[in-house]
Design a protein. Structure first.
Length: 563
């Protein structure tokens, strides 16, 4: 078997492994890495998000979640004040928030420094409550007929962060319900997407009570608007605990009651994750909590935690401090907020390589102050690090190119005697001291590194709206004029032309068709990914050209013959 056939077999083997991996992902309820099947978008529920159906029993390990049935606010009884329901708009330097006086819930978050995927003239919206999206952060009490996220609350506090002011405090206070009053105090900091949320529970009644505090994120199961159909990213709940680490939960697993999470822990967080952005409830370590995920309503899901409060005697109060993060997945910010929170930025199974690559990319940006040129510099450093491996690969290719005329002549001479042809080919390899696989192994060693870099560039929110040069205004979006994908295709074909021409005409055609097919995908990939690939191609061509020249094998272009 000649070297080209071996190379083709290795390529086929590699693609087969990728396809098998995707099928394994699909069979285990995950999404395919490339070209995921589009999901039918179900309309978001227009009903109010989940209400507590039963407040008269303490949740157990098997009933840890608030009830799954939406409820309309009553017009009489404890919720009579709901007629004065109001939306409170609050503005900081990085956030524009909407709070609902029904439950004091956060129902909308706009990020003024991040543009929308679909309409770049508008700010990006994560949490929302509209006809097309339900995504809220809710808290309340269970274990009795106590205030929940459906109870009316009175608002007090300022609505905007003034110049020179670093902190803004909002207060939502419920009426006493069955002798229990709940006060929520939100503290917003300048430049921060993390919101302090203090829950003060007061027993105003005449008998002891044992309420439990729940923190939950409720979201519809629709994909985020503007998500690419050419690569797949995770959207859904996630739970982190020290014991079981990061646990992603597909909406489909919740539907089928197949969600496998650690239900009880003294640490961790619960989150809703999507490409570039996340929201999470954070509770201090050492506080016991019950974690849950569940279906709330048609196309509506919840992830949350419940923590018991100590028994409150009449007149006593209990305060629980929590944090609500709702913002972009900026790795350094997430690491500082809570252990494991940086894992919402999903690098997949190559995280051990992706994290140091991101660290290096971030350091380069600190010097260059341009993410596009930082990508170019990172690829250059990687090519330097792998220089000797690449040199061995290209040297092997140069040797193959040098003996290629001899092999072609032998194949033509012995074309009617395949067995003799194979023997003569092996003899030529031995005499010329050529390893047919010498050009493959060094390149295969580098593949995990470049896949890890692919995920770094795909996952980093810093690429959103980050310009490079001229027409590239957003490295996270496809090139609007397809210039970079065309350059990438040309450089890929140039690399192919510099390689030894396969002796078999069918193999020669395949070696030209495969790069073309592969390049088509890059017309729809983010410009930052295409830039990384172009840089890698150009540096590879330059190294191959230099090595061929040094070895006395003049570079030549082996053009295809499709006859």
């Amino acid at each position: 078997m000649n070297d080209i056939r071996r190379t083709i077999l290795w390529v086929i083997f590699g693609f087969s492994m990728v396809l098998l991996w995707d099928q394994w992902q699909l069979s285990n309820g995950h999404k395919a890495t490339f070209f995921p099947k589009p999901e039918a978008a179900a309309p978001a529920s227009t009903a109010a998000p989940a209400a507590m159906a039963s407040n008269n029993s303490v949740p157990t390990a098997t009933t840890t979640a608030p009830a799954a049935t939406p409820a309309q606010v009553p017009t009489s009884g404890p919720n009579a004040a709901a007629s004065a329901r109001e939306t409170i708009e609050v503005v900081t330097d990085v956030l524009k928030l909407n709070f609902d006086t029904e439950g004091g819930s956060l129902v909308r978050t706009e990020f003024t420094r991040h543009a929308d995927f679909v309409d770049s003239s508008k700010p990006f919206v994560l949490l929302d409550q509209s006809s097309s999206r339900v995504y809220n952060a809710q808290t309340g009490l269970i274990g009795g007929d106590f205030p929940t996220h459906k109870s009316p609350m009175k608002f007090s506090g300022e609505r905007s962060l003034k110049d020179g002011q670093d902190e803004l405090t909002l207060r939502f206070e419920s009426d006493a319900q069955n002798g229990v009053k709940l006060v929520k105090t939100y503290t917003l900091q300048r430049g921060s997407y993390a919101i302090g949320v203090k829950h003060e529970v007061v027993n105003t009644g005449s008998t002891p009570v044992s309420p439990q505090l729940y923190l939950q994120l409720v979201r519809d199961g629709n994909k985020p608007a503007g998500e690419s159909a050419f690569y797949s990213t995770f959207t859904g709940p996630a739970i982190y605990t020290e014991a079981k680490k990061y646990q992603k939960v597909e909406f489909s697993d919740i539907e089928k009651n197949k969600a496998d999470i650690e239900k009880s822990s003294p640490n961790g967080y619960v989150a809703m994750v999507q490409h570039y952005f996340a929201s999470a409830w954070l509770l201090a370590d050492g506080i016991q909590r019950e974690n849950f995920v569940r279906k709330v309503d048609t196309n509506l899901y919840a992830v949350g935690m419940i923590t018991p409060l100590a028994e409150l005697a009449p007149g006593q109060s209990k305060t629980v401090n929590t944090q609500l993060f709702s913002g972009p997945q900026e790795e350094k910010v997430l690491e500082a907020l809570a252990p494991g929170l940086d894992l919402v930025k999903d690098y997949g199974w190559l995280a051990m390589l992706s994290k140091p690559l991101y660290w290096l990319l971030d350091k380069l940006f600190g010097f260059i102050q341009n993410w596009g040129w930082a990508i170019v510099a990172l690829v250059l450093l990687l090519k330097i690090a792998f220089y000797w491996l690449n040199a061995k690969a290209y040297a092997s290719m140069a040797k193959m190119k040098a003996i290629n005329p001899k092999i072609m002549e032998m194949r033509e001479r012995l074309k009617n005697d395949p067995q003799k042809m194979q023997q003569e080919m092996m003899k030529i390899y031995r005499e010329e001291k050529v390893n047919p696989m010498g050009g493959c192994f060094p390149i295969m060693v580098q593949i995990p590194v470049f896949i890890a870099l692919y995920w770094v560039l795909l996952s980093s929110v810093e690429m959103r709206n980050a310009p490079w040069i001229l027409w590239i205004k957003d490295l996270s979006a496809p090139d609007p004029y397809f210039i970079l994908p065309l350059v990438m295709t040309l450089t890929t074909l140039l690399q192919t032309a510099l390689n030894p021409a396969p002796p078999d005409p069918m193999q020669a055609k395949l070696m030209w068709i495969m790069p073309l097919v592969f390049s088509v995908m890059f017309f729809f990939f983010p410009a930052g990914l295409v830039l990384y690939w172009i840089t890698n191609n150009i540096l590879s061509i330059a190294q191959q050209w230099v090595i061929n020249t040094r070895m006395g094998v003049p570079p030549q272009f082996n053009m295809p013959k499709f006859k």
